[in-house]
Design a protein around this ligand. Structure first.
Ligand code: ADP
Ligand code: MG
Length: 243
C-alpha cells in the first residue's frame, strides 16, 4: 500500500490542496475525477516533488517521506519509485524514440547501453512502438508519442505509475489506442494513480474512483458506487454536468 497523508499546498494565498489523504493499494488502479481547477494535477505533482507541498507525506512502505523536503536524497528516493506520464508527453525532442526510453535506464539506473537498449525495445514492444525506435518524436502522432512516454515511464520499473490526463491532448482517433495500452498495464498489475476525464474508461479500468473537488476528496469508492450510487450530491452534480 502506498500511503499519502495530509497533503496541503497553497499558491500565494490560494489554498489548492487541503490536507489530502489517499491510499493506493499495490497492483490497483486509482482514478481521480473532478472539475478543472480542483487541484488534481497539483496533487500528482506534489507527490513527485514537481511542486513542493506545504505539508504532507508519502510512504511506499519504508516509512513516510515529507513532501516538504528539499533534501536531494528524499526527492530522489521518491522519484525513483514513481513513473510520471504528462498530458503533453514531454518527450526529449532531440532524441530518438529508442533513446527517450533508454536514456533514463543508463543515467538514472546505471545500466549499460546494451542492456538499456534491450529493455527499451521490450517496453516499446509492449506499447506497440518498437517499429518506431529510430524515429524522432516530431515524426509521430500525439497518440504514438504518448505511448512512447508510457514506455519510458514503465521502463524504469516504478512502484507507482502516475498519469495526468494522458489522453486529453490527443485527437479523438488517438485516444482508444492509448487507453488500450493503459488498460493492458492495469491488467498486468501495474499500480496506477491516474487523473482522467474519460469517464467510461475510469469506470472500466479502475479499482477505486476518487471524486476530487475544491482541493480535497469528496467521495471515493468502487466505480459502480461513485458512478451509479454516489453518496454526495456534489458527486452526482459533477457527473450529470459532464454527460
Ligand atoms: P486541476 O488539475 O484539477 O485542473 P490544478 O491542480 O492544475 O487543477 O490547479 C488547481 C489550482 O491551482 C488552479 O486554480 C490553478 O490555477 C492553481 N495553480 C496550479 N499550478 C499553479 C502554479 N504553478 N502557480 C500558481 N497557481 C497554480
Ligand atoms: Mg490538471
Amino acid at each position: 500500500m502506498i500511503r499519502i497523508r495530509g497533503v496541503r499546498k497553497s499558491f500565494e494565498s490560494q489554498l489548492v490542496l487541503d490536507g489530502v489523504d489517499l491510499d493506493i493499494p499495490e497492483r490497483s488502479v486509482v482514478s481521480i475525477i473532478g472539475p478543472s481547477g480542483s487541484g488534481k494535477s497539483t496533487l500528482l505533482r506534489t507527490i513527485d516533488f514537481l511542486e513542493t507541498a506545504n505539508a504532507g507525506t508519502i510512504d511506499f512502505g519504508e516509512g513516510p517521506v515529507s513532501l516538504t523536503s528539499t533534501k536531494p536524497k528524499d526527492i530522489a528516493s521518491v522519484r525513483a519509485k514513481i513513473g510520471f506520464v504528462f498530458q503533453n508527453y514531454n518527450l526529449f525532442l532531440n532524441r530518438t524514440v529508442l533513446d527517450n526510453v533508454a536514456i533514463g535506464l543508463i543515467h538514472a539506473k546505471g545500466k549499460g547501453r546494451k542492456e538499456a537498449v534491450r529493455i527499451a525495445y521490450d517496453e516499446l514492444d509492449r506499447v506497440g512502438m518498437a517499429g518506431f525506435a529510430d524515429r524522432y518524436p516530431s515524426k509521430l502522432s500525439g497518440g504514438q508519442q504518448q505511448r512512447v512516454a508510457i514506455a519510458r515511464a514503465i521502463a524504469m520499473d516504478p512502484e507507482l505509475l502516475v498519469l495526468d490526463e494522458p489522453t486529453s491532448a490527443l485527437d479523438p482517433e488517438m485516444v482508444d489506442g492509448v487507453l488500450a495500452v493503459i488498460k493492458s498495464l492495469a491488467d498486468s498489475g501495474t499500480t496506477m494513480l491516474m487523473v482522467t476525464h474519460e469517464m467510461r474508461f475510469a469506470r472500466n479500468a479502475s479499482d477505486q474512483v476518487v471524486f476530487f473537488e475544491g482541493g480535497n476528496i469528496v467521495e471515493q469508492g468502487k466505480p459502480e458506487h461513485v458512478f451509479s450510487h454516489p453518496n454526495e450530491p456534489r458527486t452526482a452534480r459533477f457527473l450529470s454536468s459532464i454527460h
